[in-house]
Structure formats: C-alpha cells, structure tokens
Design a binder for this molecule. Sequence first.
Ligand SMILES: [Fe+2]
Length: 264
Amino acid sequence: MRYFLFSDVHANLPALDAVLRAARARSDLAGIYHLGDLVGYAPWPNEVVRTIAEAGIAGVAGNYDSTVATDYKHCGCRYEDPKQEALSHESYAWTRAHVSAETRRWLGGLPFRIDIRPLGGHASGPTITLVHGNQHLNTVYMYEDRSDDVLRAMAASVGAREGSVICFGHTHKPWHRVVDGVHFVNTGSAGRPKDGDPRAGYVLLDVTETGTEVEFVRVEYDVEATARAIVESELPDDFADYLRTGGKPITPVAAATPGRGDRE
Ligand SMILES: [Fe+2]
C-alpha cells in the first residue's frame, strides 16, 4: 500500500496545488492524507481549506488549525526571538480575522489523530499513525535529534509495534528514523519548508508485508506568486523572504539555537 502524505501547507495555495497535481498524476495511491497546519502565514486560508475539503482529503488538526478553530489566545507556536514572536502574532491575528465561519467550523472538525492499517484491521499488522506534533499535543516539536528513548516512549504511548509507522509534521523539516523496528517520519512542509529548500515537500510511504519505504519528494511551485501575494497583503513581508529561502532568514538571528530555533 502506498500513501501520499503532506503537512504544514500554511495557507500557501500555489504550493498545495503543486502537491495535489503530483498526487493526481499517480494511479498507485491507496490514500492521500494531510498532517495539519493548513492555515497561517500566507493569504489563502479559506481557499486551502476549501481545496482540501472538496478533494476529500482526510487529515489531522495542526496547532494552527485547532487554535484558530477554538479562538485560542495564540497559535501555540514557538518563537526564536521577540521579532519573530511579534511577526507570529501578526500572522495569527490576520488569519483569525480572515478565516470564514465555515473554515473555522471545518478546522474544528479535524481529528487529532488518524490510524491506518495498511494490511487490514482484520489481522495483526503494522499501523500507520498520523499526528501533527506528538501523540499528546499538536504543539510538541519532534526534531530529528530526539533521543532513542524519547522515540521509544512515543511508540509505547501510541501502541506502535515493530513495523509500525508514526508520522508527524510541525517542525517543517523532513526526517526518517527507525528505532526498535518502529519508523518515525517527519513529513516536512508543503507550504513553508525550513530546511533551506523552498520547493514544496511531500512523502511517499510504502508499507507492505516485506517492509516499509519512505521517500521524501520535492516539487517546484511558483514561490514568487505566493511571495507577491504576501507582500500585497497585510501579512508581514518577512514571510515572503522566508518562503524564497526555504526558511533561512535573510538576516540571521544571532540568538537562535541550532535545531531548536523554529516556530510554528
Ligand atoms: Fe506548521
């Protein structure tokens, strides 16, 4: 069974369109899922939600989705410095002011977690679990440098056994590790990558009786179209440069700690 996974679109409609074109060009997919954070940071939250809804793509609630849906006081994001914090608040306020009631309701209906049994639920076999952050909160960041013990605890908490796959997003940096036979897959970001590659990212996940394969794929999209739309909106212009550089701020932030300096 082959699955197409993507995460953290963040209201970037051209990036979403490119990812969905890649998905629709395939005829070998058992399922297409998103891993949350459909809104925030770019000017098309309603359009992204409508596109996902009309395509019938299931997925989980990211921190941005659930805080917008519940009118929470902030987006549950982490900031690396006061400037980034101020920008993040602007994005959250803009998004809350621009999402329709329908979008908010729809975001509120997203499940926290999805479990898939690729070989069938009628027999014991691997499970694919989708969450946004970790199994407890969609605000927890699962970075690649998490210890084996942290990943083991996650697997135990989720109920994952050898061969199972736990997928999450939230950090916007794709990675794949295997600990005690359990696969941990960070699906990166479709609409706001932070690994220095501005192209939209998605994951092809193959789970068969003989094993599991994970492929990270990047696809070009019209980054400038999104950047222009950000500049023309009341969203901070910094977000345009952020997309152009794949999350490498043009002015490096001296206080940022490597690997921990992300927000969202
Ligand atoms: Fe995100």
